[in-house]
Design a protein around this ligand. Sequence first.
Ligand code: ADP
Length: 266
Amino acid sequence: MLGLYDVSSGYGKKIVLQDISFEIKESGVYIVLGRNGSGKTTLLRTIAGILKPIKGKIVKEGSIAYLSHSLALPNEMTVKETLEFFSSILGGDVNNVVEKFDLKDLLEKRIVDLSQGQKKRVSIAKIFLKDYDIYLFDEPTENLDPITASKIREEIVSLSKSKIVIYTSHNLYEARDIGKYVLVIDGGRLKFFKPISEIRLKEYKIGIRASQDLSKILKGEYQGEYFVITVDDSSKVNQIIQELSSKNIQIYEIKEMKNPLEDLLK
Ligand code: ADP
């Protein structure tokens, strides 16, 4: 369980977060969205206990893991020495995380010689050495190639089946993909906290690639090879598919052109 009750927090005299309240009791990925500078990192630092709230109360039941932006790792050590060092303090099986995050080829490299993305993988591996109750991930997939990012998302989603995971991201597709709940921080205030499944869409923009020119049949416009239509209800998409197939038009692909979470950040 994690609860924040009227929490304000910041740096010295500068107040960044104001009157944040929420309770998390259920496991899952809680995505924190917000523009740059809105206070996402400050929120994680405050929950982690690095920043002391100026006001309010935080209740945390259990241990907390925090993946910060700064990825504090010992520069002069090799990856192998680093993981062995943390495993001697925290416990956990180094081989297991090496395998999980594909670190075999990096083991003899020094931390200082790694790319940002590689450092991130080592930092995440360090977190996975041990079992925690609450996980705070500050943009864990930033700077990672798509395949590594997807692997890490997979591990985090699997973890979230039994743990609370707070996850900041800029990537709305990622948020939609793995989030159970979404929290939006705007100017240091909590603007929104809902299950992703409840986010109502004002409109759907659907792109269709088909065997014929659709502009004569449907209302919409071409964007590249996609004919884009706007509907206010997802069930209309099925009607359109049926209409097109009754006219013997072959549909090659249908995709959503706009992510509904975009509206939350306006
Ligand atoms: P986000 O993670 O949403 O981009 P941050 O939490 O990093 O936002 O920053 C929120 C605000 O706090 C910004 O105005 C930023 O300039 C300020 N801030 C962040 N870190 C510090 C710091 N160490 N000292 C003073 N102000 C800071």
